[in-house]
Ligand binder design. Structure first.
Ligand code: NDP
Length: 491
C-alpha cells in the first residue's frame, strides 16, 4: 500500500490545480496536539479579558483580509464571492459575540446554598477543557468551524483544527490570520489531510472533539472518541423542511424557500430540501417557486448566483435522488435529471413525490426542492417530523400559527417567515436532534459546550451539627428530619 503524502486542492469549477498541502500522519497530529497542550496554560491564564483582547484583534485581521479570503473560498469551494463574503461577515459577528460574552456566561457566580447548606458559600465556574479538536466540513469552510473554534477559544481552550480536504487552503488561511493577530503560541493550530487525519485527531490526546460533517462520518467520529471516552459534539446532516400555511405571504415564502433550497448550490446543512404546502395555496406557491428557480444563474462567472458542486462524489447522489423521485411518480416542474451537468447542477423543483423516496429520506445536498401538498397543517407537521434528521426547519404562516407550529417541529432550530435566520443570531444555540447530532455551537450554550462546570462549596462557619461526620449523633439528625418532613410534605 502506498502512503499519500500530499493533498491536491482543485477548483471544483475548472479542475485547475490550486495548491498542494501535506497529509499529516498520526505522529504529526499528535505533535500538533502536544503544541496546543503546551500553549493551553498560557491561553487559559490570560483570563476572559486577556483572551477577549486577542480575539477582537483576530476579528480586525479577519475584517481586513475579508476580500482575499472570500476570493480563496470562491476558488476552493466554487461558491460565489458574495456568498463567501456573507459567510465571513457572519463568522466575524460570531467571533465578536463569543469574545465579548464569555466572561458573563462562563465567569464564576454564586448560587444559593440551600437550607441544609446554610453554612456554605456555593459557587460555580466554567473552566477550560484544555485542548479541543475541531473537524470541519467544506460547505461553509469558515462559518461552520468558527462556531466551534471561536467559542472554544473564548472559553479558554486551545484548538487544533482539521479542515476538510476540500477546503484546506481556507482552513490554513484562517489559522494564519489568528497567528498574525495573536502571535507564535500554538493556541490555534491546523492539521491537514484526508479523513485519516481527522480520525487521528479523534484518537489523540484532545479533551473534546467538535465535529461538523455528515452523519455517517459523525458516527465514526463518535466511535473513535468512545475508545478514550473523549466527549464529542456532533453537528451532522439534515433534511430540513419548510411548512407553508394558507395565510402565509406567498411571495416572501417562495423567495425565501427557493433561496434556502438552492443557495450555495443546496450544499447547506440547514438548506431547505422539502416543503409541505397546504392545498389551498399549493398551486400558487409552486408557480412562484418555479418562476424564481428558473431564473437562478448557475456557473463560475462573477454574475453566477450558484456555483459548482464542490465534492464530485455528491453529483451521482443528487442525480439518483432526482431520478428516484420521478420514477416513483414525482413530477419535475423545473429541470430534471438533465439539470445535472457536472460540475454544475441546475435548479430542480419536484412536486408530489412519495415520502419514502430516497430524495425525501436522505440528504440530497444539491439545488433541488421537493414541494408536497398537504391537506392540513397537522399533516405538514407529521410529515416534517417523520425524518430521521432534526436540524433546522422553517415555517411560513401568520404570527400566532407560526410560533405554535415551530414549537411542534422536532428540530434544533426553526425560522419563522425566513430561512436559516437562526444561524445569523450569535446568541442562539445552533445544533440538531436525532441523526443531525447533539450538543450546541453558538450562544451561551455554545460557550458552555467547551467548558467544564466546576462546583465549589466553601464552609463559611462550622454548623452546629456536622451531618457528614462519624461523630454525628441521633440528636443531630432530628432537626434536618423535622425540617424535611415539614418542607416537603404533600400539599
Ligand atoms: P464529511 O463527513 O465527509 O467530512 C467532515 C470532516 O470530517 C472532514 O474534515 C473530513 O475530512 C473529516 N473526516 C472524514 N472521515 C473522518 C474520520 N473517519 N474521522 C474523523 N474525521 C473524518 O462531511 P463534508 O465535509 O462532506 O460536509 C458536508 C456534510 O456536513 C453534510 O452532511 C452537511 O449537512 C454537514 N454539515 C453539518 C453542519 C451542521 O452544523 N450540522 C454544518 C455544515 C455541514 P476529509 O474532508 O479530509 O475527508
Amino acid at each position: 500500500m502506498t502512503t499519500v503524502t500530499s493533498l491536491a486542492s482543485h477548483s471544483p469549477a475548472t479542475g485547475e490545480l490550486l495548491a498542494r498541502y501535506s497529509v499529516d500522519d498520526t505522529a504529526a497530529v499528535d505533535a500538533a496536539v502536544r503544541r496546543a497542550r503546551a500553549a493551553a496554560d498560557w491561553w487559559a491564564g490570560l483570563g476572559f479579558a486577556g483572551r477577549r483582547g486577542h480575539l477582537l484583534h483576530w476579528k480586525h485581521v479577519l475584517v481586513r483580509e475579508l476580500d482575499g479570503m472570500a476570493e480563496l473560498m470562491h476558488q476552493e469551494t466554487g461558491k460565489p464571492v458574495d456568498d463567501a463574503r456573507l459567510e465571513l461577515i457572519l463568522s466575524v459577528d460570531h467571533l465578536d459575540w463569543a469574545a465579548k460574552h464569555a466572561s458573563k456566561v462562563l465567569g464564576p457566580r454564586r448560587v444559593p446554598s440551600g437550607l441544609l447548606g446554610f453554612n456554605l458559600a456555593a459557587s460555580v465556574s466554567h473552566l477550560p477543557l484544555g485542548v479541543v479538536g475541531v473537524i470541519g466540513p467544506w460547505n461553509y469552510p469558515v462559518f461552520t468551524p468558527m462556531g466551534s473554534i471561536a467559542y472554544a477559544l473564548a472559553a479558554g481552550n486551545t484548538v487544533v483544527f482539521k479542515p476538510s480536504e476540500f477546503a484546506t487552503g481556507v482552513g490554513l488561511r484562517l489559522v494564519e490570520t489568528f497567528v498574525e493577530a495573536v502571535g507564535g503560541q500554538a493556541v490555534l493550530g491546523a492539521v491537514t489531510g484526508f479523513g485519516d487525519a481527522g480520525a487521528a485527531l479523534c484518537r489523540s490526546d484532545v479533551d473534546k472533539v467538535g465535529f461538523t460533517g455528515s452523519t455517517a462520518t459523525g458516527k465514526r467520529v463518535m466511535a473513535a472518541c468512545a475508545e478514550s471516552l473523549t466527549p464529542v459534539l456532533i453537528e451532522a446532516g439534515g433534511k430540513d423542511a419548510a411548512i407553508v400555511a394558507a395565510d402565509a405571504d406567498l411571495d416572501l415564502a417562495a423567495d425565501a424557500i427557493t433561496f434556502g433550497a438552492m443557495g450555495n448550490a443546496g450544499q447547506t446543512c440547514v438548506g431547505i430540501e422539502r416543503a409541505y404546502v397546504v392545498d389551498a395555496v399549493f398551486d400558487a406557491f409552486v408557480e412562484r417557486v418555479a418562476a424564481i428557480a428558473g431564473r437562478v444563474r448557475v456557473g463560475a462567472e462573477p454574475r453566477a448566483q450558484i456555483g459548482p458542486i464542490t465534492m464530485p462524489s455528491q453529483i451521482p447522489v443528487i442525480r439518483r435522488h432526482i431520478e428516484d423521485a420521478i420514477a416513483r411518480g414525482g413530477r419535475a416542474v423545473v429541470g430534471g435529471p438533465e439539470s445535472v451537468r457536472p460540475p454544475f447542477v441546475h435548479p430542480v423543483v419536484l412536486v408530489d413525490v412519495p415520502e419514502d423516496s430516497e430524495s425525501l429520506t436522505e440528504e440530497t445536498f444539491g439545488p433541488t426542492l421537493i414541494i408536497n401538498r398537504v391537506r392540513t397543517l397537522d399533516e405538514a407537521v407529521d410529515r416534517a417530523n417523520s425524518s430521521r434528521y432534526g436540524l433546522g426547519s422553517a415555517v411560513f404562516a401568520g404570527r400566532r400559527t407560526a410560533v405554535a407550529l415551530a414549537d411542534r417541529l422536532h428540530t434544533g432550530m426553526s425560522s419563522i417567515n425566513a430561512v436559516q435566520s437562526f444561524a445569523t443570531v450569535p446568541s442562539l444555540p445552533f445544533g440538531g436532534t436525532r441523526e443531525s447530532g447533539f450538543g450546541r455551537i453558538h450562544g451561551a450554550d455554545g460557550l458552555r459546550e467547551f467548558a467544564r462546570p466546576k462546583a465549589v462549596a466553601r464552609t463559611r462557619f462550622r454548623a452546629p451539627a456536622n451531618l457528614l461526620s462519624f461523630a454525628r449523633t441521633a440528636r443531630d439528625m432530628r432537626i434536618p428530619l423535622q425540617l424535611t418532613r415539614f418542607l416537603h410534605k404533600k400539599g
